[in-house]
Write a protein that binds this ligand. Structure first.
Ligand SMILES: [Zn+2]
Length: 576
C-alpha cells in the first residue's frame, strides 16, 4: 500500500489532530500534548509526535498514526479515513477503487443528503416557498442566513425527494437506510419522510450534510420538530448543530454557548456571536460534551427559562460537571429565548448578559437564596446543603474545596461547617493518569537517536548488536527489532518497527518516542555514539556485577564448587 505511506508522510499530523484537539507544544520538546478526546481527563496525557507521525494517550492507551486517529474520532472505516485525509489535503486518490461495502454505502448516503439539501433549498427560494419565506422573515431571519445555514423546504406532496433520488438508481435497501424516504406499509414504493417542513441541514465535523431537522410550518402538524433517524451517517448522540461553523470561534474565545434549538443557534450566530451550538433535538449526551471539550472546557448554558430547575436541566448540568467542564449559566429574563432576546433587546444586551453569566454554583446558590430564608442560620445551612451535592461532583479535589469555600462565603455559611461536610463526604481522590511504562534515560536517548537517523543506525548498530549489555535493557526487544530491520533493509519505517513488537514492547516504544528528548537528525549520530561509549564503559562493570551476583547465588544455594569456580573467574577478570 504505497499510497497509504505516501499519504501519511504528506499529511501534517499535528495540524490534522489539532483540528480536533487543542494541542500545545510540550516545553522544550518536539512533541505536542493536549486533553485526550477519547477519555475524560483534566491533565493532558495525550501526545502527538510529529517526527514519527504518531499519537498516543497514556491515560486510556489509544494510539496510532494519523489514519487511525481519523478512523477513531470520526468513526470511519480505514478507506473512508484515507479518502477524507486525501480530500482535505488535496491529494489525489489512486485510480484503483479503495472502497469496501460500508464505504460505498456511506458515500451513497452522503450523495443523497447532498441532493436533498439542494432540492430543499431550491424549494424554499422557488414559488412554492413563499409561505415559508414569510415565516422566516417574520422570525427576522435575513436572506443571508438562509444561505449560511442552507435552510430549505420539503415538498408537501411526499414524492418529490423520492423521485429525485430514485432517478439516480440507488437500490431500494440503500434508499431505506438513508432515513430520507420511508417504505410504504402496503403496496410497495417509498414516500418522503419530511413533508411540508422547514428544513435545517445537520452537518458533521467537516461540514458534510448527514441529517436534517424539519420544523412543521402548518399549525397542527405533529411533531413540531421531526429529525432524521439514526443512520450509518448520523449518530445523534455525537453530533452538535452548528459545531463545524462554531469551532474556530469556540477555540478563539475559549468557551462555547449551548442553546436549545436550531432557531436559537441561527439567531445568536447571525447576530455575530459565532461560538454557539445546540444538541440536535436530543438530550445532551456525554459524547457531545466530550466533542465540545475538545475545543474548550468552558461553556455557557443558555437555558430556556421554563426549564431552569427542572429535573432534566439538573441532569444536564451534572453531565457537564462530570465531564470536567467549567459551566456558567445564562438565564434570560422576561421568558425570552436567546433568539427573541436578541431581536427585542439587541445583541449588545445579550453580550452583556453573556459576560455577566454566573458560574453554575453561584447560579444554584442564587436559587437557594430564593428557596430558603438565609437571614437565619438554619436557612443558610439548608441553602448550602442544596448546593453541596453538585459541588461534591467536581472531579478535582482542590477545585472542589475552592468552590465550596467560595459558595459558603456567598451564602454566609461558616467555613468550619463546610470543611466538616466535605471531610465526611469526600469521595476518593482521582488517581492521576498513568504516564506509561518507565524507560531508563540511557536506553531512551539511544533509541531516540537510532530512530532519528539512518546514519546513526549505520554507524552504531554493528557495534551495539555485539554487546551483551543490551540483553539487560528494559527495551531489549525493541533494540532487537531495530537490529533485524536494519539488517533486512536499508531504510525502515516506524510502522514496520511497531508491527514487529508485542503489546508490552510497543508501549515501551511509545514511552520512548513520547519522552521529552529532542534529538535533531543532525545530532543523532553524535548522541548515539556518546551512548555507545558510555555503554562500553559500563559493560565490563556490569559483567562483573553479574558474576558477583552469580557467586552469591551459588553460595546461598550451597553449591560451593560452582561458587569457587565463579569467584576464580571474577578474580581473573578484575586483575585484567
Ligand atoms: Zn485517552
Amino acid at each position: 500500500m504505497e499510497f497509504v505511506e505516501q499519504l501519511k508522510s504528506s499529511v501534517d499530523i499535528v495540524r490534522t489532530i489539532g483540528e480536533y484537539v487543542r494541542l500545545k507544544k510540550a516545553g522544550g520538546s518536539s512533541r505536542y500534548t493536549g486533553l485526550c478526546p477519547f477519555h475524560n481527563e483534566k491533565t493532558p496525557s495525550f501526545s502527538v509526535n510529529p517526527i514519527h507521525q504518531r499519537f498516543k494517550c497514556f491515560g486510556c492507551g489509544v494510539g496510532g498514526d494519523v489514519i487511525e486517529f481519523i478512523m477513531q474520532i470520526d468513526r470511519l472505516t480505514f478507506f473512508e479515513a484515507l479518502k477524507l485525509l486525501a480530500e482535505r489535503n488535496g491529494i489525489a486518490m489512486p485510480k484503483r477503487e479503495y472502497a469496501d461495502a460500508d464505504s460505498r454505502l456511506r458515500a451513497a448516503l452522503l450523495e443523497m443528503h447532498e441532493m436533498a439539501a439542494a432540492l430543499f433549498q431550491s424549494n424554499l427560494s422557488g414559488t412554492g416557498g413563499a409561505d415559508a419565506r414569510a415565516y422566516l422573515a417574520g422570525r427576522g431571519v435575513p436572506q443571508e442566513d438562509l444561505d449560511t445555514f442552507a435552510l430549505g423546504l420539503s415538498d408537501s406532496g411526499g414524492q418529490q425527494l423520492f423521485r429525485r433520488i430514485d432517478q439516480t438508481r440507488f437500490p431500494p435497501e440503500v434508499l431505506e437506510q438513508s432515513g430520507l424516504v420511508m417504505k410504504r406499509q402496503e403496496g410497495g414504493g417509498f414516500y418522503d419522510r419530511f413533508r411540508g417542513r422547514l428544513m435545517f441541514p445537520i452537518h458533521d465535523h467537516s461540514g458534510k450534510t448527514i441529517a436534517f431537522g424539519g420544523r412543521a410550518l402548518r399549525a397542527g402538524d405533529e411533531p413540531k420538530y421531526l429529525n432524521s433517524p439514526e443512520t450509518r451517517l448520523y449518530h445523534k448522540t455525537y453530533v452538535l448543530y452548528n459545531l463545524h461553523r462554531a469551532k474556530d470561534a469556540i477555540r478563539k474565545l475559549d468557551y462555547s454557548i449551548l442553546v436549545e434549538g436550531y432557531m436559537d443557534v441561527i439567531g445568536v450566530y447571525s447576530a455575530g456571536i459565532r461560538n454557539v451550538v445546540a444538541s440536535c433535538g436530543t438530550a445532551l449526551t456525554n459524547t457531545q460534551v466530550r466533542t465540545l471539550k475538545q475545543h474548550s472546557e468552558r461553556i455557557v448554558v443558555n437555558f430556556d427559562p421554563d426549564a431552569a430547575g427542572s429535573n432534566a436541566t439538573e441532569k444536564y448540568m451534572q453531565l457537564l460537571l462530570d465531564e470536567g467542564m467549567t459551566v456558567r449559566v445564562l438565564e434570560l429574563d422576561r421568558n425570552l429565548d436567546p433568539d427573541e432576546y436578541i431581536k427585542e433587546l439587541g445583541v449588545d444586551a445579550y453580550r452583556a448578559r453573556l459576560e455577566k453569566a454566573p458560574s453554575y454554583f453561584h447560579w444554584l446558590a442564587d436559587r437557594a437564596r430564593k428557596k430558603f430564608d438565609i437571614h437565619t442560620v438554619e436557612g443558610r445551612i439548608q441553602g448550602f446543603k442544596f448546593v453541596a451535592p453538585s459541588i461534591e461532583r467536581v472531579p478535582d479535589r482542590l477545585e472542589r474545596f475552592a468552590i465550596a469555600n467560595d459558595i459558603a462565603g456567598y451564602l454566609g455559611v461558616d467555613a468550619h461547617m463546610v470543611r466538616d461536610h466535605f471531610s465526611r463526604n469526600q469521595k476518593a481522590a482521582n488517581r492521576p493518569a498513568s504516564r506509561g511504562p518507565v524507560v531508563p534515560p540511557n536506553e531512551r536517548l539511544l533509541l531516540n537517536s537510532l530512530l532519528a537517523s539512518e546514519l546513526a543506525r549505520m554507524q552504531v548498530i554493528p557495534h551495539l548488536s555485539e554487546m551483551s549489555v543490551i540483553e539487560r535493557f528494559t527495551t531489549r526487544n525493541v533494540f532487537r527489532a531495530i537490529f533485524t530491520l536494519h539488517h533486512d533493509q536499508v531504510s525502515f519505517r516506524f510502522s514496520d518497527l511497531e508491527g514487529r513488537l508485542e503489546d508490552a514492547d510497543r508501549d515501551l516504544l511509545s514511552a520512548v518516542v513520547f519522552a521529552d528528548d529532542i534529538i535533531e537528525e543532525q545530532d543523532a549520530l553524535a548522541q548515539a555514539v556518546a551512548c555507545l561509549e558510555s555503554l562500553r564503559a559500563q559493560e565490563p562493570k556490569s559483567e562483573m556485577a553479574e558474576l558477583r551476583a552469580r557467586v552469591q547465588t551459588a553460595e546461598r544455594e550451597g553449591n560451593l564448587e560452582e561458587a569457587l569456580r565463579l569467584a576464580d573467574e571474577l578474580n581473573r577478570r578484575s586483575r585484567r
